[in-house]
Design a protein around this ligand. Structure first.
Ligand SMILES: *Cc1c(COP(=O)(O)O)cnc(C)c1O
Length: 350
């Protein structure tokens, strides 16, 4: 058993390490030299695997992190005088330090509320029709996060309804897929069913939260938007000279199927934790657990006591409360320890 203050990590899915499949491909890529700047065999193969997996001839780019992926993708989807409609809890709004606005030279984010971290067609339309004069930044893009920042998922029906509204107002659709694999696992849906088949123009697909050291893929299903995109990546400092060390581990996820099994495992662990927490008197879940994170309301004394016991978790993400995130390597044993500790710290005052 760990001592009281040994750190135990459920703060995010990026506290986890590199999964074995990604590590194996990283080591394989290190067996021989190859061309630089993405002209290597690993990068070409990874892009081809994405096209097979999505059953679509999309354009594929690799960058280091999610902020760059979202910011650069959005900058290619509109002009500086356009606006991007997103949920008020969207990562692009709350956690990217103005990156999307910066890289688009000023495009404004317009935020909308919505239950369970989700945009609605009505919320989108309200922002589009609020003004139509030249003084208002012209809405051009809808950005939604799948799975959402609060661990819920958009169903295919919800995505289709958003696409219909986007069509009505000539808006492009961007998907922040920091937890796209978790959404596929949760909905038992194929990558195609959750993207181009529901009219998504561009997807930022995170490898980092799925089991890589770092690396995100940007997929353009609307290929016109990808024109000159490689120059944007280079200018933004996102063109890795040894690109193969980003793309080879990605290939490890894709060719082994770990991209999905890792997500399925993380989701299953979150469900286990969610059920365990709900069984404790006095604990209330803030959102339905549909992906790999669990949000609960806990009294301040319980939060402090859990932190003193070494648990790492965030209390400022999304709508507050305590957020616990499971990853590809989260164990039942760890979650049982947390459940026992939550029970203990709540009992103290009860
Ligand atoms: C983690 C995350 C990102 C990417 O964050 P980086 O730290 O820039 O890699 C993007 N969107 C969401 C919803 C996230 O949770």
């Amino acid at each position: 058993m760990p001592s009281e203050c040994t750190p135990r990590f459920l703060a995010s899915d990026n506290t986890s390490g590199i999964c074995p499949e990604a590590m194996q491909y990283l080591l394989e890529a290190n067996q021989a030299d190859d061309l630089a700047y993405g002209n290597d065999r690993w990068t070409a193969r990874a892009a081809d695997r994405f096209r097979e997996m999505f059953d679509y001839d999309c354009d594929v780019f690799f960058v280091f992190n999610g902020t760059a992926a979202n910011s650069l993708a959005l900058s290619a989807m509109g002009r500086s005088y356009h606006s991007v409609i997103c949920h008020e809890l969207a990562h692009i709004e709350t956690d990217e330090c103005g990156g999307p606005e910066f890289f688009s030279n000023g495009a404004k984010l317009l935020t909308s509320p919505g239950a369970n971290g989700k945009l609605t067609p009505q919320g989108i339309e309200a922002l589009v029709t609020k003004r139509s004069d030249i003084h208002y930044p012209k809405p051009k893009v809808v950005s939604l996060t799948q799975a959402t920042e609060v661990g819920t998922v958009y169903s295919r029906e919800e995505l289709l309804a958003i696409r219909a509204m986007a069509d009505k107002h000539d808006l492009r659709l961007h998907m922040d897929g920091a937890r796209f694999a978790n959404a596929c696992a949760s909905l038992n849906a194929s990558p195609a069913e959750l993207t181009w088949q529901v009219g998504v123009d561009a997807l930022c697909f995170s490898g980092t939260k799925n089991g890589l050291a770092f690396g995100e893929a940007i997929l353009f299903f609307n290929r016109e938007l990808a024109e000159d995109f490689s120059y944007r990546c280079k200018q933004a400092g996102q063109l890795a000279s040894k690109m193969r060390y980003v793309s080879a581990p990605w290939l490890g996820l894709l060719e082994s199927g770990a991209w999905l099994t890792n997500a399925e495992h993380a989701n299953a662990m979150a469900r286990y934790l969610s059920e365990g927490l709900q069984a404790l008197p006095g604990v209330s879940l803030m959102f339905p657990t549909q992906a790999n994170s669990v949000f609960v309301e806990l009294p301040p004394h319980a939060i402090e006591a859990l932190k003193a016991k070494g648990w790492t978790f965030y209390t400022f993400i999304g709508a507050g409360g305590a957020r616990f995130v499971c990853a590809w390597n989260t164990t039942v044993e760890l979650l049982d320890q947390l459940l026992a500790d939550v029970k203990a710290v709540l009992d103290v005052r009860a």
